[in-house]
Design a protein around this ligand. Sequence first.
Ligand SMILES: NC(=O)C1=CN([C@@H]2O[C@H](COP(=O)(O)OP(=O)(O)OC[C@H]3O[C@@H](n4cnc5c(N)ncnc54)[C@H](O)[C@@H]3O)[C@@H](O)[C@H]2O)C=CC1
Ligand SMILES: O=C(O)[C@@H]1CCC=N1
Length: 265
Amino acid sequence: MTTIAVLGAGKIGEALLAGLLQAGRDAEDLLFTERHPDRAAELTARYGIAKVEIDEAAKRADVLVVAVKPQDIDPVLTELAPVVGPSSLVVSLCAGLPTSLYERRLPEGVPVVRVMPNTPMVVGEAMSAVSAGTHATTAHVALVTDLLSAVGQVIEVPESQQDAVTALSGSGPAYFFYLVEAMIDAGILLGLPRAVAEKLIVQSAVGAAKMLAESSEHPVILREAVTSPGGTTINAIRELEKHGVRAALLDAIEAARDRSVQLGQ
Ligand SMILES: NC(=O)C1=CN([C@@H]2O[C@H](COP(=O)(O)OP(=O)(O)OC[C@H]3O[C@@H](n4cnc5c(N)ncnc54)[C@H](O)[C@@H]3O)[C@@H](O)[C@H]2O)C=CC1
Ligand SMILES: O=C(O)[C@@H]1CCC=N1
């Protein structure tokens, strides 16, 4: 079985480890590094996965998954450089960081695959996009795709599209959570108990997501089916249009893309 080491076990690192366990991988085939001892102890207690130092991770793991913040990459590359070689496989989950950065800092020939996942990994519903660096072969991409398929869906994209992917699906769950939070607030405004408002909105979100995933209809058609002539929904849609919600989403996602580009510079 492939051994995977997550370097930096924060939110996305934990989501990957938890998702892989959930998908049936043994804790013995997983490792992580983590600079905060309390965080490391918490994860080992929760999942039974061993915390190791980076040199041991490089020795024992077939795949090294970098999951630190882009701003923290420098020391990780300094530590990785002496312990990896062309037989290693480095996978970067870091927003904005190009494979060329890793290739410049690591020994010649180290294969690097860039991935943008998202946190629904934790429930086996991630959307991950993978791109091969210069030294990554189709076999490396297939291995990473296979690994991530256990925790959701995977597509391959040219690396030039990764900043847009980051803005759409990497950050995407946050936009939906934000929307749900605002809709629950609306329920409170209308005088519903919080628990009732939460149940109504969360199940509506689950139902809508399932329809989007399972129906072959375009979202416009699904929305039109809810919007009765002279009914309630069109009154709400008029307000959303008046407040420029569509334009706000376009601007928001463009701003996320721009930040991803900036993180890579
Ligand atoms: N949170 C998300 O939804 C997503 C995050 N990402 C990417 O994943 C990366 C991590 O993001 P988060 O998990 O949100 O951040 P986080 O801050 O929760 O996790 C980073 C972890 O790395 C640890 N760390 C930092 N430097 C270290 C080092 N030298 N050695 C060992 N551990 C170290 C930190 O202590 C922390 O626990 C980022 O690059 C981000 O762009 C990608 C997709 C989605
Ligand atoms: O906000 C961030 O920078 C990370 C990358 C995509 C989702 N979270």
